[in-house]
Design a protein. Structure first.
Ligand code: AP5
Length: 215
């Protein structure tokens, strides 16, 4: 059976993780987030985590060899997936093409979530996450019911260490220099779709569903 994947492309805070989780819940896509895999490795103090930590703290890209190994493992045995935060540069995109050839897979769409820089900074400064279950909140648009505690686990929410203004600006600049060239890359392949991601999460989700309607 052919593996089918979609890519969520977009700057930090554009809602890739939010939308990927919905696609997993409602349509059974396996959510592969390189950011989540790396944060888990850092928490567990694995060799990958030790390498990744300093790059992530600065908002720089973790070296490709580390990322490619993680993605290759995550794709094992998975036949319908959504990639969130990968690929992040042209070299990773080319390696993904190789992986798809080896694993009889196909990327059907690269969906670009478009959001302005001001909105990104607003969203990321207000993002809080549950350190226990990973649920993502936003103090402005999707706050927890009870003062800064996870609705599910009841534990105190935290701010990601890279969600401070300096690191956010650096992540945006890395996005522009390294990741934005992928817009052309996937446009040339004829699979790029742009979505206005400044709308509400539900409206963005409905737009994505229209794009991937065939799955
Ligand atoms: P990663 O975790 O991938 O971070 P990112 O790309 O910066 O994206 P974010 O997770 O910050 O945002 P998102 O788009 O998922 O938005 P979210 O849905 O949470 O990477 C972190 C680091 O790991 C990198 O800097 C790098 O060091 C390393 N790394 C990861 N992958 C790598 C790779 N492939 N190669 C090399 N290094 C790699 O939403 C954000 C907030 O907005 C939330 O509070 C949410 O509730 C809210 N929100 C979402 N949608 C909406 C909406 N429509 N309206 C209003 N609010 C919304």
């Amino acid at each position: 059976m052919e593996r089918i994947g979609i890519i969520l492309l977009g700057p930090p805070g554009s809602g890739k993780g939010t939308q990927a989780k919905e696609l997993e819940k409602k349509f059974g896509f396996v959510h592969i987030s390189t950011g989540d895999l790396l944060r888990k490795a850092v928490r567990e103090g694995t060799p990958v985590g030790k390498i990744a930590e300093k790059y992530m703290r600065e908002g720089a890209l973790v070296p490709d060899d580390v990322i490619l190994k993680l993605v290759n493992e995550a794709l094992d045995g998975v036949d319908k997936f959504v990639l969130d935060g990968f690929p992040r540069n042209t070299s990773q995109a080319e390696k993904l093409d190789d992986m798809m050839r080896e694993k009889s897979g196909k990327i059907t769409k690269a969906i670009l979530l478009e959001v302005t820089d001001d909105e990104i900074v607003r969203r990321l400064l207000a993002r809080r996450v549950c350190p226990s279950c990973g649920r993502v909140y936003n103090l402005i648009t999707s706050p927890p019911k009870d003062d800064n505690k996870c609705d599910v686990c009841g534990v105190q929410l935290i701010r990601r260490s890279d969600d401070n203004e300096d690191t956010i600006r650096n992540r945006l600049s890395v996005y522009r220099n390294e990741t934005a060239p992928l817009i052309d890359y996937y446009e040339r392949k004829g699979i790029l779709v742009k979505i206005d991601a400044e709308k509400s999460p539900d409206e963005v989700f409905n737009a994505i569903v229209r794009v991937i309607g065939a799955h």
